[in-house]
Design a protein around this ligand. Sequence first.
Ligand SMILES: C[C@@]1(CC(=O)O)C2=NC(=C\c3[nH]c(c(CCC(=O)O)c3CC(=O)O)Cc3[nH]c(c(CC(=O)O)c3CCC(=O)O)/C=C3\N/C(=C\2)[C@@H](CCC(=O)O)[C@]3(C)CC(=O)O)/[C@H]1CCC(=O)O
Ligand SMILES: NC(=O)c1ccc[n+]([C@@H]2O[C@H](COP(=O)([O-])OP(=O)(O)OC[C@H]3O[C@@H](n4cnc5c(N)ncnc54)[C@H](O)[C@@H]3O)[C@@H](O)[C@H]2O)c1
Length: 413
Amino acid sequence: MEKKVLLFGGTSEGRELTRFGLPMIYSAATEYGAELARGAENTEIVVGRMDAREMKKFIDESHVACVIDATHPYAAGASENIRAACAACSVPLMRVLRRASEARRASLLVKSAAEAAEHIEKTSGNVLLTTGSKELAAFARVSDRSRLFVRVLPDPDVIKKCAELGFDSGHIIAMQGPFSAAMNEEMLRMTGARWLVTKDGGAAGGTGAKMDAAEKCGVSVIMIERPREEDGHSCAEALLWARRQLGLPRPPLFPMLTDLEGRSAVIAGGGAVAARRAATLIRCGAEVTVVSPEFCRELEELKCGLVRRKWEEADLDGASLAVAATDDREVNSEIGAAAKRRGIPVSVADNAAACSFFFPSLVTCGEASASVSAGALSPALTRRLAERLRSVWEEWVKEERSAVEGEKDKKNE
Ligand SMILES: C[C@@]1(CC(=O)O)C2=NC(=C\c3[nH]c(c(CCC(=O)O)c3CC(=O)O)Cc3[nH]c(c(CC(=O)O)c3CCC(=O)O)/C=C3\N/C(=C\2)[C@@H](CCC(=O)O)[C@]3(C)CC(=O)O)/[C@H]1CCC(=O)O
Ligand SMILES: NC(=O)c1ccc[n+]([C@@H]2O[C@H](COP(=O)([O-])OP(=O)(O)OC[C@H]3O[C@@H](n4cnc5c(N)ncnc54)[C@H](O)[C@@H]3O)[C@@H](O)[C@H]2O)c1
């Protein structure tokens, strides 16, 4: 039976990961979460909350080869259960977590909904609550309830809960997001809000659009901080990881052929990987600068600029292409992010998922080149294939060149 990825979703990251046709079981706690994945190819959907024991049983019975936890950062209970179940089944697990935080834009950071409610009680003015129905009970302590407007999903159970907590229909907005900044603005105006309460859902979770709207309307934002900073991965990392775990194929990469003659390329790091890549780029006519506190002998013998210090962001000025090949994972990741911000193609040697292009294995003879790749799934396979091709390439190029010349001569006769 085919091995599958078990994805705990119900988030935009979860939906994103169903787009690539991996054999997958998508588990969502609610109907709403399940809806996000409806229609995804090769994906079986299961709905309903499971505790750690139920998860373990499910994993054992469903041929699950690896698990991705893409649940909401606030669903800490779910993540704990998933961790426990995976440990019990010895199944590898990767946590996907949106990284971007909007916390710096908030007027006030609080630890919980209760703390937000305490603050509201001490102030005046209307409040738009966008923290969802689960947190609603905490706001019951606000004495003047007519100040509060709540935005929730149009689910009958949720509406019932709102009513039970004393929100009348004039104070409920029941609609499914995502909401644009313009939509948020209109809702802030309509409710006459002076305060907006939100979780730190990251830009992708719609928090960015709320912050933009609040800024425009002069509304102060009370933000509930994330429970704790977990070590999370991006969707791209999880996709690559799952493919490697299961040995799943992917479409081949498209080798976009780029003319680097006379253009500048910058490399951070002075070790073996930097040297190999500098040599390839120089062969392609690029003007290469390498930045590193230390250089290996191979680099000192190449025709490239050597800058003996740690990498700085300004090293990207004027570069057409960048390579991060230091042995410091954090520095490499910073270089990747900075280059992407500037629209400079970047390869990050220790993290395939952070690359905006992959460094190819290049096989050349004069201007005739071949680019070999194993789709970034196995650099070792790439190297072996390239070596095999290198062993015949020169001979092939010579033979085929003369064949082409021969055909030309024949035509000219
Ligand atoms: C082609 C080549 C060009 C070059 O480097 O010059 C190249 N890797 C080569 C060899 C090689 N690299 C590694 C090993 C050790 C064995 C192994 O781990 O499998 C070997 C094999 C060996 O040395 O035998 C380690 C490694 N590589 C990457 C990661 C991180 C990760 O995958 O996340 C790690 C773990 C690092 C760690 O542990 O920290 C990532 C990438 N390496 C790429 C290119 C990009 C994909 C290209 C494609 O396949 O499409 C990609 C995705 C991104 C990028 O760097 O742009 C070159 C062949 C040179 C040639 O012979 O011509
Ligand atoms: N993609 C690949 O083909 C591949 C292959 C093997 C290893 N790797 C990864 O690539 C990285 C480099 O591998 P290596 O074998 O060349 O390592 P290495 O240890 O030989 O070289 C690392 C270099 O980075 C420099 N450096 C450290 N901090 C720096 C900073 N802040 N600014 C500039 N330079 C800095 C060091 O001085 C050193 O010269 C490693 O992270 C390794 O995991 C990738």
